[in-house]
Ligand binder design. Structure first.
Ligand SMILES: [Zn+2]
Length: 480
């Protein structure tokens, strides 16, 4: 085969109709993960995946630090003694814990989450009201023995997250923190990355083990299942009591602290980012997070090679001065192969530089719309920001169209089969409503995900299941 001969390569899978296949293929072809590591449920994250995870960490950590949270690193292992201290917590997490055992020594858990590690030290660090609030977080990998089928980044036995653990002198301050966490999620995941979500207060039977209440962020994946993204919890003072985290208040009296925790799982957020914005030709990365924001493909002949290379270098330098992450593709591939290579990997903007571009405007390929436009060099950044706006608008529209008001179980069934979320009147999300939720689960393999936390929604009719007076409006969906 001649070197310049066109190699027919293309990624073409219908994401909407065959999401499962699309997802596996995209992780492989864009070289995000490798599933061939020989321990079940554990995957290797390759450079593109690792760069994206790193960039997600940066976004969240910058925001947390701006809001007065500081980083720490705690050990990966937690002694069984700590783990046993909070009864609800151990009950909730026990089945998922990987234990390390060595003869004659105490059993150690590989952290599935680190409340019981942090709080042992919090009881030593906190003495008086002057030590509060205490707001610390760590970036960590956590381990959960998933028994359901695992999927890379979506549900794995090891995943990457940030966990923020906070102590306050009053319930009011703790509730404010929960609110702030939701705003942080909104600012980064929705406004910046263009991933729409529903902030839902979970039903009593579905909250975090040891929490008074939990607010989850549900993102709808293309296969019609929701996935829980960052959740924030107002903890009961159970942990404070179990770990004896007390402070002396301004009146000189001892009190237990109020606690919250917040956990954005960056590897799972990456799964949503890939799935929401990707298209039938591959990955589509938002400009703001893409490790390579602009790729430059030089198209030259022996005659103009030198001039083209000079131009390409100039463009790169100018863009880098603007803080844009640029790569020149100087590989031996044909231009067509290069186009395909970067399209599958979701690079948002591609500049093509050939003989024409030496004199005229630049040719810019927009990954999301898959079309070429002519632009001046100084417009590139604006084009990147516009691309992000388009991705968000498109995702927004799809999400809005996927929430359907349902007045009967028949309608719920139809909505779920159309890969959408059912919005229904419902009796209760405390213990009294659990029976109705069980019926939903049994009939449709779907879940009552909770009520809106960001707005007050008034029910107008009867519970979609039991027909008794509705007290809440809930969202019902299949889930990961
Ligand atoms: Zn009911």
């Amino acid at each position: 085969m001649g070197k310049k001969e066109k190699v027919k390569v293309s990624f073409n899978i219908n994401k909407k109709e065959n999401f499962s296949n699309w997802y596996s293929e995209i992780l492989d072809k864009a070289e995000i993960t490798d599933i061939r590591y020989n321990v079940k449920g554990f995957v290797v994250i390759r450079p593109l995946g690792a760069f994206l995870i790193e960039n997600l960490y940066k976004l969240w950590e910058t925001e947390l630090q701006k809001r007065g949270h500081f980083p720490v690193f705690f050990p990966t292992v937690i002694p069984e003694e700590n783990f046993k201290k909070e009864s609800q917590h151990i009950e909730g997490f026990s089945p998922e814990v990987f234990w390390l055992e060595k003869k004659g020594e105490e059993k150690l858990a590989l952290r599935p989450t680190s409340e019981t590690a942090f709080y042992q030290l919090y009881s030593l660090w906190i003495r008086s009201w002057r030590d509060l609030p205490l707001k610390l977080y760590q970036r960590a990998n956590v381990f959960r023995y998933e028994t359901k089928a695992t999927r890379p980044l979506i549900r794995a036995r090891e995943f990457y997250w940030l966990e923020s653990h906070n102590c306050f002198a009053s319930r009011e301050e703790a509730e404010k923190q929960v609110q702030e966490d939701i705003e942080t999620t909104k600012k980064i995941m929705y406004q910046k990355l263009g991933i729409p979500f529903l902030p839902l207060k979970r039903p009593e039977w579905d909250k975090f083990a040891g929490a008074e209440y939990t607010i989850g962020s549900d993102v709808l994946m293309p296969d019609g299942k929701v996935i829980q993204q960052p959740s924030t919890h107002l903890l009961e003072r159970g942990f404070a009591k179990s770990f004896n985290i007390k402070f002396t208040n301004k009146e000189g009296k001892e009190e237990y602290v109020w606690q919250t925790c917040y956990g954005p799982a960056v590897s799972r957020i990456l799964a949503s980012l890939i799935s929401i914005h990707g298209d039938d030709s591959g990955l589509v990365l938002p400009f703001c997070i893409s490790p390579i924001q602009v790729v430059i493909v030089p198209i030259y002949t022996m005659k103009n090679k030198r001039k083209i290379w000079k131009k390409v270098q100039e463009i790169k330098n100018k863009l880098e001065q603007e803080g844009i992450r640029v790569k020149i593709d100087d590989s031996e591939k044909t231009p067509g192969e290069k186009f395909y290579f970067w399209e599958v990997r979701g690079v948002p903007l591609r500049i093509e530089v050939g003989e024409k571009e030496l004199k005229e405007k630049l040719t810019l390929f927009l990954r999301d719309e898959k079309r070429k436009i002519k632009v001046d060099l100084k417009e590139i950044k604006k084009q990147g920001l516009n691309l992000d706006k388009r991705l968000k608008r498109k995702a927004d529209k799809e999400f809005k169209n996927s929430i359907i008001n349902c007045k009967s179980l028949e309608e719920v069934k139809k909505t779920l089969s159309q890969k959408k979320i059912a919005r229904c009147n419902f009796c209760f999300i405390d213990k009294r409503g659990e029976k109705c939720a069980e019926i939903v689960e049994k009939n449709f393999l779907a879940f009552v995900r909770g009520i809106r936390h960001d707005i007050k929604e008034k029910p107008t009719g009867k519970c979609v299941v039991c027909n008794k007076k509705a007290n809440v409006v809930v969202y019902i969906a299949k889930s990961y």
